[in-house]
Ligand binder design. Structure first.
Ligand SMILES: *Cc1c(COP(=O)(O)O)cnc(C)c1O
Length: 431
């Protein structure tokens, strides 16, 4: 199967983290998000051990919260010794509610509001990753008011065009995120930050995009960033301590996906950082990485109940499920591909080709087209695999569908991490 979280038991049923998918569906209902906690923990440990191996431990793994955000994930990644990247007041709030150490939070975003910045500063968020000069001024003003100091990084666009979907490509000059290198804007920002007394400029950040399969754009970005740190030293005398290289490591969604082996990223990028720093005559910085998708994506699946099958001769067969774009908008957004399995017959040959449709009132509400699955009918439980990232976190109440529950599985035992929304939840804020 596409990830180690999925297997088939002696009954021929799909298992997720060792738990029988049919039993989970019977106990918790569908649609249901299921996450394999051991796989999440393994991914955290793998990242930490490769930082140990390739950077001598001088670094930190930050979980990119936006991939999957709820209190339980913060407890898990905190327990694994990770920091976290947050992008809104709401993510900060969730982390703090879960008891996540504020000092290990890194606050990102291209348009943090004044309220969010104040909230972050007052709650001791460790580092703010400043995106633009307006934000730097806003933050400086706020710190002067409160008499506090704040560690910051500057988000830089290294000018890399990673080969991934344009909606999730962020390193090129035409991006809403960060300071451009090519135009001199980035160096100006460094000078401005160094001159702003209440901020302590710790270093730089870049993030070139998501679901990237090749090592080359990461290596390239790391080289550009290290060179820029050298240039900063030459131009201003400043020796920056921290280099945050972002996330974006790709995962396998369908058979044909072939992301670079994950240790290979780390090794090649580390070699580039070391050689560039040596050439620039600067010390090796503390290196931060921010994986999101690659920590939770392959660890999750969504269970649905099959409703109607609609065969349109010579056209296609629609298989409708009890969820759709409200719990997984990624096909509608980016045409993302997924693999689906009929849970009761996971080991049997895939004889059917279907379009998996959701129940929302949109023709674009699809989860997969041309999906090859086992024979099934109304009432069968269907699993869509590798939905751990950017599904629950992107879910909506479109068509007033209550958001599904999230279940964590550990050692074959399931527990609720997020309750299923009720109809009452849907009108909670309605006046
Ligand atoms: C989205 C994002 C990440 C995580 O990206 P993944 O592809 O999920 O690993 C990391 N850092 C920043 C700044 C991001 O915006």
């Amino acid at each position: 199967m596409i990830s180690e979280s999925f297997s088939i038991n002696e009954k021929g049923h799909l298992t997720i983290g060792g738990a029988d998918a049919l039993e989970l569906a019977a106990e918790y209902g569908t649609p249901l998000y299921v996450l394999d906690e051991e796989a999440i923990r393994r991914a955290c440990r793998r990242y930490r051990s490769s930082l140990e191996r390739f950077y001598g431990g001088n670094g930190r793994v930050l979980y990119a919260s936006k991939a999957f955000c709820c209190k339980e994930i913060y407890r898990i990644v905190a327990g694994e010794g990770l920091g976290a990247d947050v992008v809104s007041g709401g993510e900060i709030y969730t982390a703090l509610e879960a008891g996540f150490p504020a000092g290990r939070l890194y606050f990102h975003g291209n348009n943090k509001t004044e309220d969010e910045l104040r909230y972050a500063v007052q709650n001791g968020v460790g580092t703010i990753v400043v995106d633009n000069l307006t934000e730097l001024r806003r933050l400086t003003g706020l710190l002067e008011e409160t008499g506090r100091q704040q560690d910051i990084l500057l988000r830089i666009k290294p000018g890399i065009d990673a080969h991934t979907h344009s909606f999730i490509r962020t390193g090129q000059i035409d991006s809403k995120f960060g300071f451009a290198l090519e135009t001199g804007e980035a160096l100006e920002a460094v000078r401005a930050a160094a001159a702003a007394a209440p901020v302590r400029l710790k270093g730089l950040h870049c993030h070139i995009g998501s679901q990237i399969f090749d090592v080359e754009p990461f290596r390239h970005a790391a080289g550009v960033m290290a060179d820029f740190m050298g240039e900063i030293k030459k131009e201003t005398g400043l020796e920056l301590e921290t280099l945050n290289l972002g996330g974006g490591f790709g995962i396998q969604y369908v058979e044909k996906d072939d992301p670079a082996a994950y240790e290979s990223y780390m090794e090649q990028v580390a070699a580039e950082v070391h050689s560039r720093c040596r050439r620039q005559g600067i010390p090796i910085p503390e290196v931060l990485i921010e994986p999101g998708r690659s920590i939770v994506g392959g660890a999750g699946a969504t269970l649905y109940t099959v409703g109607a099958l609609k065969e349109i001769p010579g056209v296609r067969t629609y298989l409708s499920v009890d969820g759709g774009m409200a719990d997984n908008p990624r096909y509608a957004l980016y045409g993302s591909e997924y693999e689906a399995v009929v849970c009761a017959r996971a080991g049997e040959p895939r004889t059917e080709t279907v379009t998996i449709a959701g129940k929302c009132c949109e023709s674009g509400d699809l989860l997969a087209e041309g999906a090859s699955i086992q024979a099934c009918g109304p009432g069968d439980i269907l699993a869509v695999l590798a939905t751990g990232a950017y599904n629950y976190s992107m879910a909506s109440n479109y068509n007033r569908l209550p958001r599904p529950a999230v279940v964590m599985v550990r050692g074959g035992q399931a527990r609720l991490a997020v309750r299923r929304e009720s109809y009452a939840d849907l009108v909670r804020n309605d006046l």
